[in-house]
Design a protein around this ligand. Structure first.
Ligand SMILES: [Ca+2]
Length: 557
């Protein structure tokens, strides 16, 4: 990997800038051709005196096309918008069967694109899913990729190939806006009052606007590029996840100050009337307002698209919704019978609609690949008394699936997943087995970028499946809850694991069992009939395969 490509403002190599310039020219051209023809029609242009300028223009376009295709030997690169929801379950949106919450914009994506019924996050919690998606490596291969505290250092080594560095090589401008949760700064954590690096800008992104960890963890501030946004240097930030710091009240000591009470954990420093995980002091001018978070990050994402409309761009838009604390903007509060958990699904859908509207307005829709998914399955009570349990009714956040967030059952990782690219994808439904860990190899294939032998070790090129050219994805996939599971065809083996069967605080079936599980998902998608004692040979073979994959350093062909 060329380290020069990873610095904040990389020197532009000739070939690199050429590809970018040609792609930009191609993008502008694709937009100007329809306008040219409509202008010509409306003005009744003839082939008289005006023929020459028009002819010249067409010749120039042809020359650019030759240059464009000659140089890159590939069709026009699409913009890529990856919308990554948080804790959104398989059954939480209309196009996957929800009836108690309306999601017209996500449903529009499904109607105009390809809706997957067997697509997975790489793990059943935030950090390992995001790690795997950005690096193409199963997170369980690397220590320290579990759910991170808010002051963790960056867990992806600068210099390795990531989704962002790969697309930068292909000539893209890249941004990450929203939840990060992959650590920031050196191993011992960032200096919140100074330059916060390494971070996304050292991994191939050109712009970042981050919720550094999660909404329920301190520090409750945004980080824009290398700095905390809006920080007053006279009021420096301190953060701690061990002993309390500062003299700000905690939820544990002062529950009378809370507007949202914890159900488990979440009883440390109070910010905006909500107690969080961890302690912080200072940084008052920089603290976010929970109700405004969806608006703030959506505005930043739209501004990025507007700035880079004329060149291929990659926007990784990672929403806070529908993670806890679930604090919808007042215009969404009460919009569903499900309480705040339903209301923030509507808020998430609004964010999706705002981005789709922006693509429409800028005439970018046709050549933009939109990928919508979630980082793990659903959870109902995840630490705050927000009425999610009481108001759930017959809404089934995981749809027909068993388990949810934290779980090795399907509800942990099988998530909504939609691809839309009007220029290339025919609308439909796909049962192909794909995983977010595959995005790196797939987008490498799409953009014609080679992968080195150490890049993306577990990422498969499933681009034909993502485009709907085939309905076949992977044959095998390792799923990560607490236990690991192996999918092979329609069969799923969950390794034996000691530990509680149910997480009592969240009421989630975890998939732990001292004998393990074996299911045939084709006949039993809800994982109710354990075949482990009936199909002993299959279980033995899949267990051995899981061990083999675990012992190897890679699975990518
Ligand atoms: Ca999550």
């Amino acid at each position: 990997m060329d380290n020069a490509l990873l610095s904040v403002k990389p020197p532009r190599r000739d070939t690199f800038s050429l590809v970018r310039r040609l792609n930009s020219a191609h993008h502008l051209m694709m937009k100007s051709i329809p306008r040219l023809w409509s202008t010509r029609r409306s003005k009744g242009w003839s082939c008289g005196t005006r023929f020459l300028p028009v002819g010249t223009l067409i010749l120039s376009i042809a020359a650019l096309l030759v240059l464009r295709f000659g140089a890159a030997s590939a069709p026009a690169l699409p913009n890529i918008v990856l919308i990554y929801a948080d804790d959104l379950g398989y059954g939480d949106v209309g196009c996957y069967g929800a009836t108690k919450v309306r999601t017209p914009h996500i449903d529009r994506l499904a109607r105009e694109g390809l809706r997957f019924t067997d697509a997975h996050s790489a793990a059943a919690t935030c950090t390992p899913s995001r790690y795997a998606m950005l690096t193409g490596e199963y997170a369980w291969r690397k220590k320290g990729t579990g759910v991170l505290p808010g002051d963790a250092g960056l867990i992806i080594e600068p210099g390795r190939t990531t989704l962002a560095s790969l697309l930068r090589r292909a000539g893209y401008r890249n941004a990450v806006v929203g939840k990060w949760h992959l650590g920031l700064g050196p191993q011992n954590g960032p200096d919140w009052n100074g330059d916060i690096q390494p971070g996304p800008l050292e991994l191939g992104f050109d712009y970042s606007f981050l919720i550094p960890a999660t909404g329920d963890r301190v520090p409750c501030v945004y980080v824009e590029n290398h700095r905390v946004a809006g920080l007053d240097t006279n009021d420096p930030i301190s953060v701690a996840f061990g002993k309390p710091i500062g003299d700000e009240p905690t939820g544990k000591a002062r529950p009378d100050l809370l507007r949202l009470h914890p159900s488990h954990g979440h009883d440390m420093t109070i910010v905006n009337g909500i107690s969080r995980i961890g302690y912080m002091k200072g940084g008052r001018s920089a603290r976010w307002v929970d109700e405004d978070m969806a608006d703030v990050i959506t505005r930043k994402a739209i501004a990025f698209i507007e700035r880079h409309r004329a060149e291929p761009f990659f926007l990784y838009f990672a929403t806070h919704d529908i993670h806890v604390p679930r604090i919808p903007h007042p215009r969404f509060a009460g919009s569903t019978p499900l309480g705040p958990r339903g209301d923030v699904i509507v808020q998430l859908d609004w964010c999706v609609g705002a981005l789709l509207d922006t693509l429409d307005r800028l005439e970018l829709t046709r050549n933009t690949l939109v990928i919508f998914s979630s980082d793990n399955g659903p959870v109902v009570d995840d630490g705050y008394k927000d009425q999610a349990v009481e108001k759930l009714g017959d809404h089934r956040p995981a749809g027909p699936l068993r388990g949810g967030k934290y779980s090795a059952f399907e509800g942990g990782t099988r998530v909504p997943f939609i691809t839309r690219w009007p220029a290339r994808i025919q609308p439909g439904v796909s049962e192909a087995l794909v995983c977010q860990v595959d995005l790196l190899a797939s987008l490498a294939s799409l953009t014609g970028q080679p992968l080195g032998p150490n890049d993306a070790p577990d990422s498969f090129n499933v681009m034909p499946a993502l485009l709907g050219v085939t309905r076949t994805g992977r044959d095998e996939l390792v799923q990560q809850g607490g236990a690991l599971a192996l999918r092979r065809g329609s069969w799923k083996f969950i390794e034996r694991r000691q530990g509680p069967r149910i997480s009592l605080p969240t009421n989630t079936e975890l998939g732990n069992d001292p004998s393990g599980f074996l299911f045939n998902l084709a006949a039993d998608p809800g994982e109710r009939q354990n075949q482990i004692t009936h199909e002993t040979e299959r279980a033995r073979s899949m267990s051995a395969d899981l061990q083999r994959i675990r012992a190897a350093t890679r699975t990518r062909p």
